[in-house]
Design a protein around this ligand. Structure first.
Ligand code: IVH
Length: 704
């Protein structure tokens, strides 16, 4: 996590800073949601993720005006992955608010009492049940027959995993019970037992497949398989604890519902309790916490639910979570061990990440030997030294972290850690940049080696051939590493000389392990097909920092041809001359992006690659953006919900007509398209006297 950014006390933030941080948090949380839900490969711990969401919510509660349309508090998770049909949940699958200590739990009870207007004497029964760390699913039964299953997805639209869930032993395909309603959606958590998880990882290791980070990700990865036979082989399990659409209910309390679920043949977690006061709730929390390590599956807290269903209905929901339930999280597990060494890893954009090499230690049942130290600033701030006894934390998560040293145990003469000033892989200078927004040094140090740094080079090659760049079929992550290891593709230019070199060589790709005539020929053809490429894709493919797909398109439209673009970039110097001014004058290019461009093209190695590519390729000119449409050159903001198309589609359409789509309303905005539910942006637009229109009027304007 970017510590510097998320540590300022919220009250100290100016309005602008709060807005900027909310924007940043929305992006960051969406990124982590995607890694977690779509790729089953989280980068940060659950605790850090929770901290991000909590900070987002805290800033929002202080500045309700600044709540964004894309705020994480309005979403629960990521969208469905490709390959699965979608299922719309008529009753949304929501999330839970969190309690982190006893006081939060007491507050929860207090809020419930206040909301319902109950007096002290009134008994409020609460069901406490373990929070299973798996994957939420919804199973639909019609007339007692299992007909469909779906993932939670974004809470409203999930993925159809009917065939996958049918393979789970805990899922009855028929329920013969008098009180089973005609339509009943039962909800719960699919999980994998820890022993099955270890066995699975061992098998994967033997087959050279990547290990799953934890049982939760393994369960998710096993469930979301297009090949159902794989799901069937994984011994997934299911605990049920909730429901969605239902014609009728078999009980009037949550406890009664769980009893019915058991009668119907489902598995309900046995560690549940019906509590009548705070003490009883906390007692269950503590006893489950003690048993946690011995349970055969992972849990990450206890969920408390108000027992009476009529009260649940009255309490209702706030944004993404019910008022009638709360998740009491377990604290992260910690242990002490000795820091043997600090290794530096180099990431895709050159970020140097310090990794702690530890004396192996068991934290929460898992042996930890490596942990992240985040970045240079964190090491400085915590003053972590090699040889120190350190506190390591693991929170049901992937990457354990070093919290800090135990200073009393420090050896005499232990030296402060000196962070390398050069990239350990390529020897280029590694720098910490000034962040112009905060006026501070960036927390992380980065390698300036660009395309010549091997660590970055592999990642950049992957980016170069990826879908939004050169999109070369048959050249995925694995193949990039294959050619890298064989020293056959060390830079993007070599992709385009591969076929010729293969023809001239004694050993042919077709004869190598894992390849054959057909796959080699297909790859060479796929590369050949990309010798012609649009300027926007070409620029994006270079993988210049701060220059993504959108900025690349802006640049391509502005310069028109590869020759003009390259000449301008070679000429540009930061802060001076015509080329620099031209660059900054482009709508959509800020100073950060401009500096990144100049820096990239100032590096001789990078110029060599670009020139090499220009020799090999035919980069197509790019026409300037549409200029003869009703909205060309206008800045448009979409707010509220859209009916005719998704936000993404609306944006793409507007841009294809030459309009610029902005995220926030300002005096520079020309048109605000406001759908139902539009809030602060609409208000601001009206105050500024901007043109506001409905979605229908917008569609008429653009002739759709
Ligand atoms: S109740 C409307 N009970 O935790 C509330 N959720 O953080 C429905 N979970 O999406 C959820 N164990 O995937 C509930 N005993 C339990 C749970 C549980 C695990 C998961 C579930 C939910 C998430 C919320």
């Amino acid at each position: 996590m970017d510590a510097a950014l998320h540590e300022r006390p919220i009250e100290e933030l100016s309005l602008e800073e709060a807005a900027a941080e909310l924007a940043h948090l929305a992006e960051e949380i969406a990124h982590h949601d995607k890694l977690y839900h779509e790729q089953d490969a989280p980068e940060i711990s659950d605790a850090d993720y929770d901290a991000l969401r909590r900070r987002n919510e805290a800033i929002e509660s202080l500045h309700p005006d600044l709540v964004r349309d894309d705020s994480p508090s309005r979403r629960v998770g990521a969208r469905p992955a490709a390959g699965f049909a979608t299922v719309t949940h008529t009753v949304p699958m929501l999330s839970l608010g969190n309690a982190f200590d006893d006081e939060d739990v007491a507050d929860f009870l207090e809020r419930v009492r206040r909301f319902l207007g109950l007096d002290e004497a009134q008994d409020v029964a609460v069901v406490a049940e373990p929070k299973i760390d798996g994957l939420a699913v919804s199973l639909r039964y019609e007339n007692g027959r299992y007909v469909r299953a779906a993932t939670r997805g974004d809470g409203t639209v999930g993925e159809d995993i009917t065939a996958n869930v049918a393979t789970i032993d805990d899922v009855p395909d028929r329920v013969d019970a008098d009180d089973m309603p005609g339509v009943f959606e039962i909800r719960g958590e699919v999980y994998l037992r820890r022993d099955d998880f270890f066995a699975l990882n061992e098998a994967r290791e033997a087959e050279d497949q990547p290990r799953f980070a934890n049982p939760r990700n393994a369960a998710a990865g096993s469930l979301r398989q297009l090949d159902v036979a794989i799901t069937a082989s994984r011994n997934l399990k299911l605990f049920v604890y909730a429901w969605g659409e239902a014609d009728a209910l078999p009980a009037e309390t949550h406890w009664g519902m769980l009893e019915a679920f058991k009668r119907w043949g489902f598995q309900v977690n046995p560690h549940i309790a019906l509590c009548h006061d705070l003490d009883a709730m906390l007692k269950l929390y503590r006893s489950v916490g003690e048993e946690r390590a011995d349970l055969p599956y992972d849990i990450d807290g206890v969920v408390y639910k108000i027992d009476r269903l009529d009260w649940q209905r009255r309490l209702g929901f706030v944004s993404r979570a019910p008022r009638w339930a709360i998740a009491h999280k377990f604290p992260a597990e910690k242990a002490q061990t000795v820091l043997k060494e600090i290794k530096i890893q180099v990431g895709r954009t050159g970020t140097l990440t310090p990794v702690a090499v530890l004396e192996p230690v068991t934290v929460g049942g898992v042996v930890v030997q490596h942990a992240t130290l985040h970045n240079e600033e964190e090491i400085e701030r915590k003053d972590v030294r090699v040889g120190d006894t350190v506190i390591v934390q693991r929170a049901g998560d992937v990457i354990p972290q070093v919290l800090g040293p135990v200073k009393e145990k420090r050896r005499k003469g232990a030296r402060r850690y000196k962070f390398p000033q050069k990239c350990p892989i390529c020897g280029s200078m590694a720098v910490r940049e000034h962040n112009p927004k905060t006026g501070k040094l960036d927390a992380a140090r980065r390698c300036t080696g660009g395309l010549i740094c091997p660590a970055q080079a592999v990642e950049r090659l992957r980016h170069f051939v990826s879908r939004n760049a050169f999109d070369i079929e048959g050249l995925g992550d694995k193949q990039v590493q294959f050619f890298w290891d064989r020293e056959e593709i060390r830079n993007p230019v070599e992709i385009f000389t591969l076929a010729k070199r293969d023809g001239d060589s004694e050993t042919h790709l077709a004869d190598q392990d894992g390849w054959g005539e057909v796959s080699a020929r297909n790859l060479f053809q796929a590369i050949e097909d990309r010798r012609q490429i649009g300027l926007d894709r070409f620029i994006n493919a270079l993988g210049i920092r701060h220059i993504g797909e959108t900025t690349a398109r802006v640049l391509a439209r502005s310069y028109g041809s590869a020759a003009a673009f390259y000449k301008a970039m070679r000429d540009a110097k930061v802060g001076e001359g015509e080329s620099w001014d031209d660059l900054l004058n482009i709508d959509g290019i800020g100073e950060t992006a401009a500096e990144a461009l100049v820096e990239f093209f100032a590096e001789p190695h990078n110029r060599e690659i670009v020139e090499g590519l220009l020799d090999q390729l035919e980069v197509e000119d790019m026409a300037a953006a549409a200029s003869d449409t009703a909205v060309a050159g206008k800045t448009v903001v979409f707010t509220g919900s859209l009916e005719a198309m998704t936000r993404q589609e609306a944006k793409a359409t507007a841009e294809s007509l030459g309009a610029k789509v902005a995220g926030s309303v300002s005096a520079k905005t020309d048109i605000v398209v406001a759908g139902p539910g539009a809030g602060s942006k609409l208000k601001k637009a009206t105050e500024l006297g901007l043109t506001v229109m409905t979605e229908e009027e917008w569609l008429a304007l653009i002739g759709r």
